[in-house]
Ligand binder design. Structure first.
Ligand code: PLP
Length: 461
């Protein structure tokens, strides 16, 4: 039995897969709230380079990966897949558990798969400076790394609570040459306004995105980059699933269930899209199900309302159709910083609405228990975000133990947790609290949104 399934460098995919032409119904377009009409791609040119806008709107199923990007992918790709045999034995489950590990990249997660591509296209179009937000610091690290490869300046707005919870992520970004500001910051008008009203505001991804966009539109030679949610980001991540298919072929296996954590949905989509493509094109050797896992503290998929909303707090972005907790949502400061986003990718939300993907939520105490069992049995320390997927996999494996099903389960270990020691310390000291976001808060935010845009329910999408 293979413990580790490794592909040669030649097997790094040469194209990204785009799910848009294979969706069960047309993707609701982004809407300009001023006109109530789908946005004009030209409107996006102040924040994104042309090639990224083309990919964002693309109906092409396959998109070539530039040679320069492939050469950089070779630094850490193909990433390994492991069979979690010791975890299976501990659980005494007949299920087979595989995981694909993206923590081998220099920043320690899946995020550079898109950061490198975005930095490359910006560099090609003459951009010198890139702004972004970061929650857990994983995406910020990835962009800082990618910018250092192409001689660009990275300017990063880091959610204030994570900035103080994870000081070493900041150090790593600085070593790659980035400038980092705790958000809300005094660098932007929006940040200053929030600090004036509430000097102790802990920040949120929504606020940090607003600051990063304001910075990009008010500086020359500067564009904005995003680490999740949008189509072009998710498609860059499909190298994960495309490699995973080949790796499972090597051991003559195929998943019954594909599991991943969801913040904005990029890592999970990167894993499951290629399996979805095989399923809908009838090329999958057996039926495969998809399970998205999120925190009960930020339950966009399981408690959010499927409607148009902004991607950030200052309402600078177009409206996207997604499961949302409302763009004014300030998440509780749980440790899975990368999962504290009020919405999720429109492609993923559509697939949930249509019944192709299921979603579950777990509280952080049960998630850290699962992570600790994983570390005891498999050795690797997971980031708190993929620990959510691990919790769901353990529950499914225990269910298989009861029913005797020999299911094959594949999950994404999208990042390591070696920068998350404060969180693990709190867990060991018994200080972590379970946290459930109340449904009536969601209803309040949605009522506010409907007051703001009375026409929002009447859009024809
Ligand atoms: C390690 C890790 N996993 C998951 C996520 C969630 O994002 P996404 O759902 O886009 O993969 C993040 C986001 O920062 C992350 O850092």
């Amino acid at each position: 039995m293979n413990k580790k399934i490794v592909l040669p460098e030649d097997d790094i995919p040469s194209k990204w897969y785009n799910i848009v032409p294979d969706l069960p119904s047309p993707l609701p377009p982004p809407i300009n709230p001023q006109t109530c009409e789908p946005i004009n791609p030209k409107d996006l040119e102040v924040i994104f380079p042309k090639e990224i806008i083309k990919q964002e709107m693309s109906q092409d199923r396959w998109i070539d990966i530039p040679k320069e990007v492939l050469d950089i992918y070779k630094i850490w790709r193909p990433t390994p897949m492991f069979r979690a045999k010791r975890l299976e034995e501990f659980l005494k489950t007949p299920a087979k558990i595989y995981y694909k590990f993206e923590g081998v990249s220099p920043p320690g997660s899946h995020k550079p798969n898109t950061a490198v591509a975005q930095a490359y296209y910006n560099m090609k179009e003459g951009i010198k400076r890139l702004t972004t937000e970061t929650g857990a610091g994983q995406w910020g690290s990835a962009l800082a790394y990618a910018c250092s490869l192409f001689g660009l300046k990275a300017v990063i707005y880091m959610v204030k609570v994570s900035y103080y919870q994870k000081p070493f992520r900041k150090t790593l970004m600085q070593l790659w040459g980035a400038d980092i500001y705790p958000s809300p910051s005094d660098q932007t008008n929006f940040g200053k306004k929030i600090l004036k009203d509430d000097p102790n505001n802990p920040g949120s991804l929504g606020i940090a995105i607003s600051e990063a966009i304001e910075d990009a539109v008010t500086h020359e030679d500067t564009k904005y980059t995003i680490g999740s949610v949008l189509n072009h980001v998710l498609l860059h991540q499909t190298v994960i699933g495309l490699e995973a298919i080949k790796q499972l072929e090597m051991v003559d296996d195929y998943p019954d269930l594909v599991v991943g954590c969801v913040g904005g949905g990029s890592s999970f989509s990167g894993l499951f899209w290629p399996f979805y493509q095989q399923k809908v094109s009838k090329k999958a050797p057996k039926d495969v199900e998809f399970l998205a896992v999120e925190p009960t503290a930020c339950p966009s998929l399981t408690k959010g309302i499927y409607m148009y909303d902004h991607g950030e707090t200052a309402r600078l972005t177009p409206l996207l159709k997604m499961h949302t907790l409302g763009h004014i949502f300030i998440p509780p400061p749980i440790h899975a910083g990368g999962l504290r986003y009020h919405g999720a990718a429109p492609t993923l939300c559509l697939l949930i609405e249509k019944g192709y993907v299921r979603a579950v939520a777990y509280d952080q105490v049960s998630v850290f228990e699962a992570a600790s069992l994983f570390t005891k049995t498999e050795g690797l320390l997971p980031a708190p975000e993929p620990a959510h997927a691990i919790k769901a996999v353990i529950d499914e494996a225990l269910r298989c133990k009861k029913t005797g099903e020999e299911k094959t389960i594949l999950f994404l270990l999208c990042g390591h947790g070696y920068f998350d020691m404060n969180a693990y310390n709190e867990y060991l000291d018994g200080k972590l609290q379970p946290c459930e976001y109340p449904k009536d808060e969601v209803e309040k935010s949605v009522a506010y949104l409907k007051e703001l845009y009375p026409w929002i329910d009447k859009l024809p999408y």
